[in-house]
Design a protein around this ligand. Structure first.
Ligand code: NDP
Ligand code: 2IT
Length: 453
């Protein structure tokens, strides 16, 4: 690494040594953009990298709420407003007990470059809470969301910052937060995306991340004269992204062998078909149950509970052609990556944000397989969020077909952009470098043009 890049990375580590996820995301990014320090010297002159790793603003607040026993509970709320160089801050809210500043800064950092790749005018942000929605009643979730929005409402706006969902935040939570915002501000404006279609939500937003992921993988495979048709695929997770990834893979004629949740993995050698997927959707979205039930319902499947002491995940040790991690960060470690390669995987397309550890990344990249990094391959969700903002500004609602068409076009454009930037600045098919460099060039150009702010 060049001295100038190394200095920025060292400073990040020195300032926040206890933020491992943020350091990981910055390290991976710096590895890609390091070569630009000579090619585009103004990024050093204008201290672009130094500024990019420092959020424009971090908001942290207390969220008190009443549980069903009438006891007051206290959680932490956050919003990281990372970068507004190309548009209003935009990015999801995550409700999960692991949420802390390190995780939200890594997600907001990734989001900034991802959003720039969509071609829409959106800056980067991320927020959420360490609130655990698991096992909470509907009333508890509503009271939490209302309290969370009571504070967040002062910091967001349709032209300032527009949050959406992420892990633990879906249509239910967005609805409750939107209702509370409206009550506080007496305004019906698009301050959140992922709303219900009857109150300003875009069609295809729930599907968009998973569908977009499969569209991008299809574009990559097409360039190699390959396709998804008839191929065995691995999917992890069973939430929003995983469900619609499986759905679109089935539309494309692929066979899906696996899904998972935070308790365990299901392996179904006969394939997860439309009927079984419908079962998973009801199980996870309506009954909020565990994937273990899948193997009770469909006897051909095996359920393997996560074993805390195991250093590998059995899901990544199933023989298949293509893999779609759609659960959470660092879900593929070095050994998992080696298992994937040993089993003949040809493509890994990331639905989750930063699913691979730095070591796993090296294993996958060195193996020469196709690796689609999250900031490109999961950008379909935020892209349709951008389309929802456009519809809200127009006070119009486009048809599902219109939105899906635009999503397909955006994912094709992302593929073309990251592959041509990879060829120009790195090596053919190095989509990690392609995505990082393409995102960086667009955001840095806007930052330089706007002076030292
Ligand atoms: P959901 O909350 O809907 O689903 C998350 C899924 O991952 C659940 O099945 C959950 O299991 C599982 N999971 C969580 N932690 C673990 C773990 N430690 N080990 C195994 N499985 C785990 O979230 P999303 O589907 O929205 O998000 C998934 C990923 O995609 C995240 O990385 C998110 O940042 C990313 N993403 C999401 C977008 C969106 O629009 N929603 C857009 C782009 C990226 P359980 O049911 O047990 O909790
Ligand atoms: O990680 C992501 O891109 C998201 N959670 C979606 C963000 C959004 O604003 O739609």
């Amino acid at each position: 690494m060049h001295d100038a890049t190394q200095k920025v990375l060292d400073h990040v580590i020195q300032l926040d040594p206890n933020q491992p996820e943020f350091i990981q995301a910055v390290t991976s990014f710096m590895n890609s953009v390091d070569s630009l320090v000579e090619e585009v010297p103004q990024i050093v002159y204008h201290k672009v990298l130094d500024r990019m790793v420092e959020p424009e603003r971090v908001i942290m607040f207390r969220v008190p709420w009443f549980d069903d026993d009438g006891q007051v509970q206290i959680n932490r709320g956050f919003r990281v407003q990372m970068n507004s160089a190309i548009g209003p801050y935009k990015g999801g809210l995550r409700f999960h007990p692991s949420v802390n500043l390190s995780i939200l800064k890594f997600l907001a950092f990734e989001q900034t470059f991802k959003n720039s790749l969509t071609g829409l005018a959106m800056g980067g942000g991320k927020g959420g809470s360490d609130f655990n929605p698991k096992g909470k009643s509907d009333g508890e979730v509503m009271r939490f969301c209302q309290s969370f929005m009571t504070e967040l409402s002062r910091h967001i706006g349709e032209d300032t910052d527009v949050p959406a969902g992420d892990m633990g935040v879906g249509g239910r939570e967005i609805g409750y937060m939107y209702g509370q915002y409206k009550r506080l501000q007496n305004k019906s404006v698009g301050i959140l995306t992922g709303k219900g279609p009857s109150f300003g939500g875009s069609f295809i937003r729930p599907e968009a991340t998973g569908y977009g992921l499969v569209y991008l993988a299809a574009a990559m495979l097409e360039a190699e004269n390959k396709s998804l048709y008839g191929k065995d695929c691995l999917v992890s997770g069973s939430g929003n992204v995983a469900q619609y990834t499986v759905e679109k893979l089935l539309h494309m004629g692929a066979k899906v062998l696996t899904m998972s949740d935070s308790s365990g993995v299901i392996i179904d050698p006969s394939g997860i078909d439309e009927k079984k997927l419908a079962f998973v959707k009801t199980l996870k979205n309506v009954r909020r149950g565990r994937m273990a039930e899948y193997a009770q319902q469909f006897k051909e499947a095996t359920y393997l509970p996560h074993n805390g002491s195991s250093s590998t995940n059995p899901l990544w040790d199933v023989k298949a052609e293509y893999a779609f991690p759609c659960a959470t960060q660092n879900e593929i470690n070095e050994l998992d990556a080696k298992n994937l390669i040993a089993n003949g995987i040809k493509l890994v397309a990331e639905g989750s944000n930063m699913p691979t550890t730095l070591e796993a990344d090296h294993v996958l990249m060195d193996s020469g397989i196709l690796l689609a990094p999250g900031k490109a391959s999961n950008a379909g969700g935020v892209a349709v969020s951008g389309l929802e903002m456009a519809q809200n500004s127009q006070r119009l609602q486009w048809t599902p077909e219109q939105v899906d068409q635009q999503l397909q076009q955006i994912m094709k454009n992302i593929y073309k952009n990251i592959s041509s930037v990879a060829e120009k600045y790195s090596t053919k098919n190095n989509f990690v470098d392609g995505a990082n460099i393409a995102g960086f060039l667009k955001v840095s150009d806007a930052m330089i043009a706007q002076g030292y702010v």
